[in-house]
Design a binder for this molecule. Structure first.
Ligand SMILES: Cc1cc2nc3c(=O)[nH]c(=O)nc-3n(C[C@H](O)[C@H](O)[C@H](O)COP(=O)(O)OP(=O)(O)OC[C@H]3O[C@@H](n4cnc5c(N)ncnc54)[C@H](O)[C@@H]3O)c2cc1C
Length: 382
């Protein structure tokens, strides 16, 4: 049996730890934070008793039956449908842009077919091959919807003009021609009754797993382990020798209120003059609970500095070049597998994180069994 060090107690680290532990390997999981679950961490606010998503709103959604079974094995999932509202130009709209949004925005009563024709008439047909996010949006939805819902929100979120962002961000027409305002299209959607941290604690609760919180990885920890699974930032493993991979970070500014403060879990603010991107009212993530008070987070996005928490990988051209260099460096070393959103510098939803972690575990187990060298990456990273 092997002795494995796993850096990071988010979903990536926890799922891999559990899979290895269940077949008898000894696993030590460390995390620099004082809690498990990484960025999915939830806690009960002391003042109100409300379950708060500390690092931003997390809604579980998936089409993958294996992943859905897995999450349900470690915690009770409650039915939850994410419906998002947006404030633009001092009016409230329904997101994602759907027939209701179109009719409200243009003061019309269009049916689906007429709305399709109407949106097609708005689209900028002079753009043959969209090169940027801006051109893609203009070609799909036209100027009025682009300016109201995409332009300023994107500038706030990414700190750059949409003309500097790749067209690939908007892969499909971001509009629905019916009244479906369910934010996600997946078959399964839900919210853990006792929070994500409870689920990750349950995943990690195994006799072959030792958990050490408030423990930052240092190189001398390497010795004594047969293999390391690294779910921290890829560039941090190499002490940022080649410079930092670009991230956006988020600041959450909490405020309290009584009763129902905004009537919905998440409201996006699309206008330029509002400095935050959205407000989350956490009690709405647990509609089966009753609370008189309320806690909300205003969310601000900005460039990620050295001491900040990395949230969204920027992945512009210069980041991708640097990423390739780090990947090349990583491929040259032995004994480490890089996983998860930070280890592979990609945005990953929770269900994809769990799916990849399960696949990586199986691959690691196969290489341990056959005594072959585990891969440095099991996913295509660049
Ligand atoms: C704002 C926001 C909202 C999101 N909303 C959703 C959503 O609604 N639905 C959804 O499915 N997904 C959502 N996600 C994605 C979700 O957060 C990720 O899928 C998930 O966190 C990935 O887990 P992970 O284990 O790979 O990374 P993380 O959760 O980041 O875990 C990595 C862990 O490694 C630890 N670590 C790093 N370096 C070291 C070190 N040197 N030593 C020790 N420990 C270290 C960190 O402290 C951290 O706990 C959202 C992400 C963001 C940013």
């Amino acid at each position: 049996m092997k002795k494995i060090l796993i850096v990071g107690a988010g979903f990536s680290g926890a799922v891999i730890a559990r899979s290895l532990a269940e077949v008898g390997h000894k696993v030590i999981v460390i995390d620099s934070r004082d809690h498990v679950a990484g960025n999915c961490h939830t806690y009960r606010d002391k003042k109100t008793g409300i379950m708060v998503h500390k690092y931003g709103p997390h809604i579980f959604h998936t089409d993958n039956e294996t992943v859905w079974e897995y999450i349900n094995r470690f915690g009770e999932m409650m039915p939850y449908v994410n419906r998002v509202k947006a404030i633009a130009g001092d009016r409230v709209y329904s997101l994602p842009i759907n027939l209701h949004t179109i009719n409200q925005f243009f003061s019309k009563t269009l049916n689906p077919n007429d709305a399709k024709a109407f949106i097609a008439s708005q689209a900028d047909k002079s753009i043959d091959e969209p090169k940027s996010f801006e051109e893609q949006a203009l070609r799909f939805v036209g100027k009025p919807l682009y300016e109201a819902f995409f332009k300023h929100y994107t500038i706030k979120q990414w700190g750059t003009e949409p003309s500097n962002l790749p067209a690939s961000i908007l892969k499909r027409l971001p509009v629905r021609f019916n009244y479906n305002d369910n934010y996600f299209n997946h078959k399964h959607q839900g919210m853990p009754k006792n929070g994500y941290t409870n689920i990750v604690n349950n995943i990690l609760s195994h006799e072959n797993i030792e958990l050490k919180l408030e423990t930052v990885y240092v190189e001398k920890m390497k010795s004594g382990f047969d293999h390391i699974v690294w779910s921290g930032p890829l560039d941090a493993y190499f002490n940022h020798q080649l410079g930092r991979l670009g991230y956006r970070t988020l600041d959450f500014k909490p405020f309290y209120g009584t009763g129902d403060v905004q009537g919905n879990a998440v409201i996006n603010y699309c206008d330029k003059h509002v400095p935050y991107t959205r407000i989350t009212e956490h009690k709405h993530f647990s509609p089966w609970e009753e609370h008189d008070e309320s806690i909300c987070y205003r969310e601000y996005s900005r460039a990620c500095d050295k001491e900040d928490i990395p949230y969204y990988p920027i992945r512009l051209m210069n980041d991708k070049e640097r990423l390739q260099q780090y990947v090349d460096m990583a491929e040259k070393i032995n004994g480490v597998t890089f996983v998860g959103r930070l280890g592979t510098y990609r945005y990953l939803d929770m269900d994809v994180t769990i799916k990849e972690a399960l696949e990586t575990s199986q691959a690691l187990l196969r290489s341990f069994e056959s005594d072959t060298k585990p891969n440095t990456f099991y996913q295509k990273v660049v």
